[in-house]
Design a protein around this ligand. Structure first.
Ligand SMILES: *[C@@H]1O[C@H](CO)[C@@H](O)[C@H](O)[C@H]1NC(C)=O
Ligand SMILES: *[C@@H]1O[C@H](CO)[C@@H](O)[C@H](O)[C@H]1NC(C)=O
Ligand SMILES: *[C@@H]1O[C@H](CO)[C@@H](O)[C@H](O)[C@H]1NC(C)=O
Ligand SMILES: *[C@@H]1O[C@H](CO)[C@@H](O)[C@H](O)[C@H]1NC(C)=O
Ligand SMILES: *[C@@H]1O[C@H](CO)[C@@H](O)[C@H](O)[C@H]1NC(C)=O
Ligand SMILES: *[C@@H]1O[C@H](CO)[C@@H](O)[C@H](O)[C@H]1NC(C)=O
Ligand SMILES: *[C@@H]1O[C@H](CO)[C@@H](O)[C@H](O)[C@H]1NC(C)=O
Length: 480
């Protein structure tokens, strides 16, 4: 990642230092307590860039009572701070309180910092959510053919953006939207919680995200993305509450996240059918590590089903999934085109699973009926190794496409303990080919050829995004 600026101390830090000097000169330990303006919490956090300027939401009329709308305050604050982008950048601090807000847009060389005692509450008033165009690689909204609402936190055509905190919370208040979904009343696609488009150098970290109306974190058409330390929680019964969906993104690192979801914890995507084929932007060079997932109705990590721009060079390691349908699931269909190839997975600890391995070649959902049924996806070189699983109903449900087999599937060093009610057929393999070694229960005949000694591949080199080091930044939050 090309980081343009060296870290600079914020103005507030400089103020704090002069304050400390004044206090020391006066040698009066009680001054701080006597003067409320000197009372504040300083803290440090890790980010790709630190900012020269810092402001509080309250300086722009923000009211943290949980009732007053702060949409205007956020928009005004960011508009103002955007003028500092070329002067060392700025951070907007959301202090302790409950901050109701509609959708707002981010700017470049900018940090949004949410304090641990702060909670953003997403407005349930639809007029606080502007409509934006449908994604070109999808051709329509995911819930409805018409437009879509802008996400709560949205950014497009940006560089160097950080959304972080010391475990502050964003509450999407999704119940309003889930109800509309269940009642089939949605005419416009639900908003996501965070969406960043056509951007680079993005960090989203150290936050708790709850109850998104739909997907939580959606980086799309972007590169150099770091997502870490997120706790993402949605009721497991609510629709399309995917945790993190890297979509037509390259050079992305997702790590140390804990996700409970009604849909896939992570879904890797790259556009839908003829729209995704035409847009042609793959997701590539992605690492996912140290993920913990609970998703009783979906996968820990899904590849697809929208994968028409292609997905390649994905490395997944150290995944724990509990009470989840499958650990990693490939979802595709005739008409998708594209590819899923060079996928490497190692070290998974799985408990209470419907399947350990799952590939679905007839995932039917299409954008419209204009897809080309001759556009076949290519699924190739998929590697799984070092897997321990317990309380499993079925080891593998692997279904390729007739006339378009999924090839070079490699599975090694896998120990699966079955549940009390296991399926009779443990490995159901159709239209797939590959290799295996040290797998128990023993795999199906199409995988019976021995994997090479040492087991399935996992690349030992590092992706450029793995080499990016975060800097230590600081800020002050006044005590209220
Ligand atoms: C955010 O940016 C998008 C795309 O430029 C625009 O359509 C939308 O109206 C903006 N939202 C706000 C709140 O300004
Ligand atoms: C919804 O938001 C609009 C625009 O901000 C505002 O005029 C209206 O009063 C709000 N409605 C409610 C019920 O708060
Ligand atoms: C954002 O970037 C995309 C891709 O380069 C471009 O097509 C689009 O016009 C840009 N949008 C804005 C608002 O600059
Ligand atoms: C952040 O807060 C969530 C929700 O309270 C909690 O479960 C999680 O452990 C916290 N994470 C950290 C790193 O403190
Ligand atoms: C994965 O877990 C193993 C065993 O606990 C540990 O040695 C290794 O460092 C971890 N790798 C990553 C990338 O976290
Ligand atoms: C395993 O099968 C049993 C019996 O059909 C079922 O009750 C249970 O929910 C299944 N477990 C999972 C994780 O799918
Ligand atoms: C095995 O998979 C094929 C193809 O998906 C399916 O048609 C068949 O019903 C499955 N068999 C069992 C026993 O699950």
């Amino acid at each position: 990642m090309d980081l343009p600026r060296k870290p600079t101390k914020t103005n507030v830090t400089a103020m704090r230092i002069s304050t400390v000097i004044v206090l020391a000169l006066m040698s009066l330990a009680t001054v701080g307590a006597m003067n409320p303006h000197l009372s504040s919490n300083s803290l440090t956090f890790q980010a790709i860039s630190c900012r020269k300027h810092s402001a509080l939401l309250t300086e722009f009329g923000g009211v943290g009572d949980g009732v007053t709308s702060n949409t205007h305050a956020f928009r005004k604050a960011i508009e103002h701070l955007s003028t500092l982008a070329e002067d060392g950048g700025a951070q907007l601090v959301v202090p302790p309180g409950k901050w109701l807000t509609g959708s707002f847009n981010l700017t470049s060389h900018f940090t949004l910092f949410i304090d641990k005692e702060a909670k953003l509450l997403a407005s349930q008033n639809e007029s606080e959510w502007p409509l934006v165009e449908v994604l070109p690689s999808y051709g329509r909204g995911r819930d409805a053919p018409g437009g879509r609402y802008s996400s709560l936190i949205f950014g497009t055509n940006l560089t160097d953006v950080v959304i972080t905190g010391n475990n502050g919370t964003i509450d999407g208040q999704g119940s309003y939207w889930w109800e509309k979904f269940h009642e089939e009343e949605l005419k416009v696609t639900r908003p996501y919680m965070i969406e960043i488009m056509y951007s680079d150098q993005i960090q989203i970290s150290d936050l708790t995200l709850i109850n998104s109306p739909s997907w939580f974190v959606h980086p799309i058409y972007s590169r150099d993305v770091i997502i870490q330390g997120l706790t993402i929680l949605a009721p497991v019964t609510e629709p399309n509450t995917d945790g993190i969906n890297p979509d037509s993104c390259s050079n992305t690192r997702i790590e140390d996240c804990y996700i409970v979801s009604g849909d896939d914890c992570i879904a890797i995507k790259s556009g839908w059918d003829q729209y995704g084929i035409k847009f042609g932007m793959p997701t590539e060079d992605l690492i996912i590590r140290r993920l913990t997932c609970i998703s009783p109705d979906s996968a820990g990590i899904a590849l697809g089903s929208e994968m028409s721009g292609g997905i390649r060079n994905v490395r997944i390691e150290n995944v724990t999934a509990i009470n989840t349908q499958a650990a990693v699931r490939i979802k595709t269909a005739r008409g998708r085109g594209g590819f899923v190839k060079d996928i490497f997975v190692r070290r998974m600890f799985l408990s209470t699973m419907k399947y350990v391995f799952w590939m679905t070649g007839d995932y039917k959902a299409h954008a419209d009926d204009k897809f080309d049924p001759l556009a076949l996806p290519m699924i190739k070189n998929i590697n799984y190794r070092d897997v321990v699983a317990e309380n499993v109903n079925m080891s593998a449900n692997l279904a390729g496409i007739s006339g378009d087999p999924f090839t070079d599937i490699c599975i090694s060093n896998v120990k699966i303990e079955l549940s009390a009610t296991p399926k009779k057929l443990q490995w159901n393999c159709t239209n797939i080919e590959g290799f295996s070694s040290d797998v128990d229960p023993p795999p199906c005949a199409p995988l019976a050829k021995a994997a090479k000694s040492g087991g399935c591949d996992f690349p030992e080199d590092q992706l450029p995004i793995e080499k990016v080091q975060l800097k230590s930044c600081s800020l002050e939050i006044p005590a209220f």
